[in-house]
Write a protein that binds this ligand. Sequence first.
Ligand SMILES: N[C@H](CCC[C@H](N)C(=O)O)C(=O)O
Length: 277
Amino acid sequence: MKFTKMQGCGNDYVYVNCFKESVEDGSKAAIKVSNRHFGIGSDGLILIKPSDKADFMMDMYNADGSRSQMCGNGIRCVAKYVYDYGLTDRKNISIETGAGIKYLDLKVEEGRVTEVTVDMGTPIIVPELIPVVSDRERIVAMPITVGGISYEMTCVSMGNPHAIVFVDNTKSIDIEKIGPLFEHHAMFPERTNTEFIHVIDRHTIDMRVWERGSGETLACGTGACASVYACILNGLTEDEVRVRLLGGELKVKYDREKNTIFMTGPAVTVFEGEIYV
Ligand SMILES: N[C@H](CCC[C@H](N)C(=O)O)C(=O)O
C-alpha cells in the first residue's frame, strides 16, 4: 500500500489516496501503520476517498484502530495532499467527514499548499455522550476529581468529544497517568479527548492533549478549537486565540455571528513510501 506521511504541528498521520489504493480494513491498517517500531509510526491513519456530497471524503482512524468523526490537523493535510498531488486545482474545497462537510481555504506558495484555514463548524456543548450528568444542561466548569486531583471540567464537542481542564502549568502535569483516567472515565461512554490548558493571556493559551485512541500527541486541531470555546465560555479569553502546542501553533477564531470556529495552521508532507499491510 502506497502512502504519504504528513504532519500538522507534529500531529502526524499516514495518508492513503483511496482513489488509487484500496484499504480493506481501515482499523487493522491503522494499528499496523501507527506502530512506531513495527510499522511506519504515526498518530493514526487517514484515508482520502471520493465523496458524493463534497469534493473529497476524509476517513480517520486513531493509532489504536478506533475511528473518529473529525481531525483538524488531519483535514489540513488532506487539503494539501489533494492540491499538491493534482486531485484538484481549486483553493477552496469541501471535505466530507464524520462531523459533517467542512470547508477549507488553501494558501499556496510556489505551487504548494503551506497553510490552510478550516471552518471547523459549530462547537457543541450539550454533548449527548455524557448522559450520566442529566441534571445539567451543559458541562461548564463542572467540578470533577480524577486521579485524586480536583479539576473544573468543560465539555465541548467538535463532532468528537473533548474534556477541557485548566492547569497552572502544562509542563508539570503527569499526562501519562492522568490522560488515560480521563479518556476511560465512566462519564464518557465513547471515551474522550482531554485538553490541559494554561491561559497565558486573553489571546494566548498553552495546551497539552491526551487523545482518545492515540495518547499524548504534539497537537490536536479539534482539541484546540474545543479548548478556545471552553476558554470563551469561562470568560478567560477573547474570540481570537493563539494556541501554543508542543508541536507548533494554531490560530483559532470563534465567529459569533456564524456561531462557527475557524482554525488556521500549517500542513507538511514528510515522505512517501510503500508498506505491506
Ligand atoms: N488529532 C486530531 C483529533 C483526533 C481525535 C481523535 N483522537 C478522536 O478519537 O476524537 C485533530 O487534530 O483534531
